[in-house]
Design a protein around this ligand. Sequence first.
Ligand SMILES: [Fe+2]
Ligand SMILES: [Fe+2]
Length: 215
Amino acid sequence: MESREFAKSLEKQVADFCKNLDAKLPAYSFIPLSTDEMRVKVMQSRLFNEIRAGEIFGGWLKSTPELDVKKTLANATHEEYQHAVFLEEALRGKGATPYQYQALPAQMAMFNAFEGLTETVERIAAFPMAGEGVADYLIAKSLNADTVPSWVTAPYQKIHEDEEEHGNYPFEILVKYATTVEKQEKAARAVAMSLVLRRAYFENLDRWVFEDKSY
Ligand SMILES: [Fe+2]
Ligand SMILES: [Fe+2]
């Protein structure tokens, strides 16, 4: 398949996943939450994600031969720690201890799975495209929801602006590098893996937030 057509097909797969979430929005989106205690839990979980995202992008640098992708990953690494600072400040403002948090099983699995990917196209498809694509879809929704208070939307407004700023870099990287059948097959499987683990993470988080069960 022509690589632009291929990249579009992956984007559609992610967009379909997002649309399916609309029927029952996860706690992750903050939208169904009714107390600050619940919102603190979700924000702590998402702060962990910022830290892990930075670790993973940074960890991929040496094994990324494409210089343009390497530079993009380096910027993304820095950006994730700026996001962490926004969330830390918001949590402290609510009297919470930002890092008093134990990662949920599927959340650990999801990031460990990203970390284990070895090729540029599968990494970019799994994480910046599918993972961050779903995250930013739900951020955009939460910014317009009346059930989400301003102490939550304030840091996410800034995070959302960052995500908008880099435009669609995962798409462009796939157009440029997912040029063989073998690479496309790997990237497609990585997206499917990412979405399966994302769903499991959302379920774990719902369970912890709504039923107070870690696993
Ligand atoms: Fe990001
Ligand atoms: Fe981030």
